[in-house]
Ligand binder design. Structure first.
Ligand SMILES: Cc1cc2nc3c(=O)[nH]c(=O)nc-3n(C[C@H](O)[C@H](O)[C@H](O)COP(=O)(O)OP(=O)(O)OC[C@H]3O[C@@H](n4cnc5c(N)ncnc54)[C@H](O)[C@@H]3O)c2cc1C
Ligand SMILES: *[C@@H]1O[C@H](CO)[C@@H](O)[C@H](O)[C@H]1NC(C)=O
Ligand SMILES: *[C@@H]1O[C@H](CO)[C@@H](O)[C@H](O)[C@H]1NC(C)=O
Ligand SMILES: *[C@@H]1O[C@H](CO)[C@@H](O)[C@H](O)[C@H]1NC(C)=O
Length: 617
């Protein structure tokens, strides 16, 4: 908890959130007959003032009463893509490496299935589920210590449950920095390596955190000769094993310690520039080479793109900027519920225009508040924002939390009525980026309102990622697209412009061979995914030596590694939730007018398209 941060956050947040939500809600609800009107006028402002009490996310692992057995585990959104409930016989919370080794040893001896779980469980797919009901969860919640910082060698060794936020803070104290990282600091080093998480750059070794790992320690199942647990220390001399362990989906064993190569702490200068998206295809291919921390936010329906001009600068330059990204701050539960209610209403009435209005308002408010950047930690006056890297690289103040009040929370906290979405995230090779963007633009031009819905989640975040030597890492230099969009609480309710969203997903993954983010996405994009990794076989070989019985594997990891079939299903309505690519109408929602049709730009796509009954006749 940074008291200074929360102090200013509270004051500033009130005005910002007020802006976003009240304007949006007023626009959408301010009708004399509307039942929400009264609520707004009387209680809205009052409730926003209660920002001091935000609520930490719930533990994703729940067990019978207060024991550690008969447990369920979910992700931080409270829902896996297939909505299944995931069970485990019990959970272990090792506090030291020695305890961790004993836990793995005992479970291996009993031939039990195991899975590593983290404090927050921020991945969307079912990576944390052990098979069946008698598996064991090994939580890294208490393996959360920074072990050593070597300012001279510029390295830091941490336990695997340490969060990105801890790494950033501890490194800064020693005058060091992790140069590139995810923008959300509530991830553990073990978890973000498990899924190949990244920030944005084409410089140096690229933006994937795992490419800055120089050494790691991993505990895997062993035979009787090593008391059923093997402890391996891998460094750059064991590059075969290290390349497998750097991005492992958790199937090699439990990573207990990680050593990261850092750099001297530096300053950055950030300016956001908004342009129309006419030349986005060309810009996207070159922008990442021009600025070290470049990224782009694309609002395809508004035909706009926001370019982040972000470079390292001399440490002499004055400025103490701070990035506290607004969507990652704690937000009033009431405001969130009103926004969600609005979104549900716009969906159920197919009000695309309303979504476009809301999107414009939200994105312009975010833009004028510099997305949460401030020049001095308190107010934003003008670009550039200059400051130390550790204060700009990631954020996530919604995790801070003195109490369990639920008055404010992270926007997606499943205990409140808030955001509920699907996230389609994939990396498109830079060599084909222009054609991909062009295809999406063509799709938008056929129906300009189609993508307003994703602009309500601040558009498409585009970040640069470099090819990695990790076997399950990026295969070429690419641009990663992060697309977030409405998910209904009801699995068989289609969404507005279902077809366009599905077509973009299939365009990227099937036409342009994009690689899905292992920690996000809906199931269908993982169908056959392993064929896209040239060293997949080497990965499987290492897996075979580390865990020959597959105790750390599960149905899901076997499926994505193509050791088992069944990533997709064949059930009614499966395409609506991304559990299949439709091949017949029943995979969509024919009773609601959604039929399985070819894509409009990518003819090989099969998407659930709304066909009005008039057209039908
Ligand atoms: C708000 C938000 C913002 C995000 N922003 C970004 C971003 O900017 N960039 C990006 O790339 N991703 C981002 N992500 C996705 C995120 O990086 C991944 O989902 C990440 O894997 C989650 O880390 P976690 O610590 O929660 O791990 P979990 O989701 O709990 O675990 C992920 C996998 O790693 C395995 N694992 C965890 N610890 C260990 C260990 N010690 N040893 C072996 N295996 C282990 C687990 O078994 C599981 O298979 C974001 C997610 C959220 C919710
Ligand atoms: C649960 O915890 C409470 C105190 O935290 C304790 O009094 C009670 O006995 C526990 N119940 C079980 C079943 O362990
Ligand atoms: C987009 O901006 C460029 C200049 O940056 C301008 O030449 C072009 O006409 C604009 N396109 C549209 C559609 O506004
Ligand atoms: C930075 O500061 C040092 C000493 O304070 C000075 O010698 C140097 O010229 C400065 N560099 C720049 C780019 O201002």
């Amino acid at each position: 908890m940074h008291p200074a941060v929360s102090m200013f956050t509270n004051k500033r947040l009130i005005s910002i959130i007020n802006n976003i939500f009240s304007t949006m809600a007023m626009l959408l609800f301010d009708h004399p007959k509307n039942r929400f009107r009264h609520l707004f006028r009387s209680k809205f402002i009052f409730l926003l003032v209660c920002l001091v009490s935000c609520t930490p996310p719930e533990d994703p692992i729940k067990c019978s009463s207060n024991t550690t057995s008969s447990c369920t585990i979910t992700n931080s959104y409270g829902m896996f893509p297939d909505r299944s409930v995931c069970k485990a016989a019990n959970v272990a919370y090792p506090t030291t490496e020695q305890e961790l080794i004993s836990v793995v040893s005992a479970a291996t001896k009993a031939r039990r299935k195991m899975k590593v779980a983290t404090r927050f469980s921020h991945s969307i797919p079912k990576l944390v589920c052990p098979d069946g009901e008698d598996g064991l969860l090994i939580s890294t919640k208490y393996l959360n210590h920074v072990l050593r910082t070597d300012a001279h060698a510029m390295t830091m060794t941490v336990e695997s449950g340490v969060t990105l936020r801890q790494i950033i803070d501890e490194a800064a104290k020693a005058g060091l920095a992790l140069p590139y990282a995810p923008y959300w600091w509530g991830l553990t080093i073990g978890g973000l390596m498990g899924t190949g998480a990244h920030g944005s750059t084409l410089w140096g070794k690229g933006s994937s955190v795992h490419d800055y790992v120089t050494k790691l320690k991993i505990v895997s199942p062993g035979g009787s000769e090593d008391d059923y647990a093997k402890v391996m220390v891998l460094n750059e001399n064991d590059h075969q094993d290290l390349d497998a362990a750097k991005v492992s989906l958790g199937v090699l064993g439990v990573i207990s310690q990680v050593t990261l190569k850092l750099q001297p702490l530096f300053k950055r200068s950030i300016t956001y520039v908004t342009k129309n998206d006419s030349d986005l295809g060309d810009e996207a291919a070159s922008f990442g080479y021009q600025h070290e921390f470049a990224d782009i936010v694309w609002y395809p329906s508004q035909r706009k793109a926001v370019y982040r001009i972000d470079d390292r600068i001399s440490s002499n330059t004055s400025g103490n900027g701070l990035y506290d990204y607004i969507p990652f701050r704690s937000t009033s539960s009431l405001a969130l519920s009103l926004v969600r209610t609005t979104e549900e209403k716009l969906e159920s009435t197919s009000n695309a225009g309303g979504k476009c209005l809301g999107a414009k308002l939200l994105t312009s408010t975010l833009r004028t508040s510099a997305f949460g950047l401030t020049n001095d930690g308190v107010t934003f006056t003008d670009y550039p924002v200059i400051g130390y890297h550790n204060r700009l690289q990631s954020s996530g103040t919604c995790l801070d939390s003195p109490e369990d009040s639920m008055i404010t929370a992270c926007a997606w906290d499943p205990r409140i009525k808030g955001e509920f979405f699907h996230q389609t995230t994939f990396s498109v090779g830079l060599s084909v980026i222009k054609s991909f963007i062009h295809d999406v633009q063509t799709l938008v031009s056929l129906d300009p309102k189609a993508l307003c819905g994703l602009e309500l989640y601040n558009g498409i975040l585009m970040r640069y990622v470099k090819a990695s030597s990790a076997y399950l890492g990026k295969q070429e230099d690419s641009l990663d697209f992060d697309i977030t969009y409405y998910r209904s609480k009801d699995p068989i309710t289609p969404r507005l412009y279902q077809d366009v969203l599905e077509e973009i997903e299939q365009l990227a993954v099937f036409k342009y061979g994009a690689l899905p983010h292992w920690g996000k996405n809906r199931n269908l994009v993982f169908d056959g995914v392993i064929k896209k990794y040239k060293n997949a076989r080497k990965f499987l070989k290492v897996k075979e030596t580390y865990d020959p019985l597959g105790l750390f594997s599960s149905e899901w990891t076997d499926q994505v590694l193509a050791l088992k079939v069944g990533v997709t299903t064949d059930e009614e309505g499966c395409a609506l939730e991304g559990l299949c690519k439709c091949s017949q109408d029943s995979h969509c929602a024919p009773k609601k007018g959604y039929f399985c049709k070819p894509g409009k730009v990518y003819k090989d796509a099969r998407v659930c398209t709304f066909v009005s009954s008039k057209k039908h006749m």
